[in-house]
Write a protein of this length. Structure first.
Ligand code: HSE
Length: 440
């Protein structure tokens, strides 16, 4: 056992921070027995000490973040404040003092990772960020250690618990997006302002971090094509079901023959046979295709207090044991030392497509639509139409064989200009794993 406890400052004691406190208290003996480490929580930085003391009186609360970081007896700083303003200043301050930082802050790392990792390197510190992606799933540990012998060819993930809860409710209950979002908020999954989640941006920030580690390049959030789930209609979920698919918000990173990366986040029709189709509620999953290992799946709770706190404490132990500092020093996969990603323009990416059109229910309409698609070199694989009571307009779903995004978009623009079609048409991509991404 270590005689000297390791001093910690915890910056922020909200949902995740209080989960960290709980693990450090409840698992103190287990952690000490397993690792020989003892942690001394010296400061818990909050905005309102009186409010926090009312619920948890025995913690060393303070409002003075700078003093908590500067305390010479503090060896590791945990940042669970979130956001990109105050948190950035705290992290910079700790790193300049050579203190390792544990953080769950994917927004900040996606925006300023290269700079902050560079600062850490300059001052002999490190940043541990397992909790930033996939909640409690040890995906960063896998990418930096377990999979290091693999060339990764593709990574496909469900990385946002809120969106997955919403899509699961829409699928199982036939609810609208608004109804499912309200339920997710009631259950405490979605934030009061859910826009970062439902717009796909939270997923894109996580993809930027994970793809950087998987493909050893520097990925900016702006490299990623992002579409959210706000415009999905119950009718799309129902048609997808008829076709044998479920709709998931996927983060996809794949490599072409020339080493360019395709990076995209969008609602996607996932075949019901695919394991990702089974990932429901607040769970996350990441499918990885490595050239040696083949397909592997990482699955677990992607958000929430205790799963995220589990990853924070794992990082704390790894930093204290010297594993993370050594990996950070030796591995050349972090954003400050990786070259920028060369990306595949979205117009060049290929997929099968699902198109839902609202057409006038009259002769010749399908002929006009298929003519437009044919003119753009797009081949149809199925057409689905349901009778409606409307009598005037009818939803028609078309699926295509593999096509390029550029001609597909041009087709939709032309289709939406047809006098027999009511714009806007809905266009979603389909993936049929595993053969599309299978590693030979
Ligand atoms: N809001 C995120 C989610 C968790 O719903 O998955 C934090 O990244």
């Amino acid at each position: 056992m270590s005689d000297n406890p390791i001093g910690i400052s915890l910056l922020g004691c909200g949902v995740v921070g209080s989960g960290v406190v709980r693990i450090l208290e409840e698992q103190r003996e287990l952690l000490e027995r397993r690792t020989g480490l003892r942690f001394d929580l010296r400061h818990v930085v909050v905005r309102d000490t009186i409010k926090h003391a009312a619920t948890h009186p025995n913690l060393p609360y303070t409002t003075d973040a700078n003093a908590a970081i500067d305390d010479p007896k503090v060896g590791i700083v945990i940042e669970t404040v979130g956001g990109t303003t105050a948190a950035a200043g705290y992290i910079e301050r700790a790193l300049r003092l050579g203190k390792p930082v544990v953080t769950a802050n994917k927004s900040l790392l996606a925006a300023r990772g290269a700079e902050l990792f560079g600062l850490a390197r300059e001052h002999g510190a490190c940043i541990a960020f397992e909790a930033s992606c996939g909640g409690g799933i040890p995906i960063i540990d896998a990418l930096t250690r377990g999979l290091v012998a693999n060339r990764v060819d593709a990574m496909i993930g469900i990385l946002n618990g809120t969106c997955n809860v919403i899509l699961t409710r829409m699928t199982r209950n036939g609810w609208t997006f608004a109804e499912a979002l309200a339920e997710a908020q009631k259950l405490g999954f979605a934030e009061a302002d859910p826009s970062l989640d439902v717009s796909g941006r939270d997923t894109a920030q996580k993809l930027a971090l994970l793809a950087g580690l998987a493909f050893n390049v520097r990925v900016a959030e702006s490299d990623i094509h992002v579409e959210g789930i706000e415009n999905l209609q119950p009718v799309d979920i129902a048609f997808a079901d008829d076709l044998g698919y479920v709709i998931k918000l996927l983060a996809i990173a794949d490599r072409d023959g020339g080493g360019r990366l395709g990076l995209r986040v969008h609602p996607t029709l996932v075949h019901k046979d695919d394991v990702l189709a089974e990932v429901s509620g607040g769970f996350n999953a990441i499918s990885l295709y490595g050239n040696a290992l083949g397909h592997t799946l990482f699955y677990g709770r992607g958000a929430g207090q205790m799963p995220t706190a589990s990853a924070v404490v794992a990082d704390l132990v790894s930093v204290a044991m010297g594993t993370t500092p050594l990996m950070f020093k030796r591995l050349r996969i972090f954003p400050d030392v990786s070259p920028p990603a060369t990306t595949i323009p979205m117009g060049e990416t290929r997929a099968r497509y699902y198109l839902r059109l609202t057409c006038r229910d009259e002769p010749g309409v399908m002929g006009q639509v298929s003519q437009v698609l044919g003119q753009h070199g797009i081949s149809l694989s199925a057409i689905l139409q349901r009778e409606t009571d409307d009598g005037q307009f009818v939803p028609v779903v078309i699926t295509t064989h593999q096509a390029s995004e550029g001609p597909m978009r041009a087709s939709i623009e032309a289709i939406d200009r047809l006098p027999t079609v009511v714009p806007p048409s809905m266009c979603l991509r389909i993936i049929d794993q595993p053969k599309e991404f299978a590693t030979a």
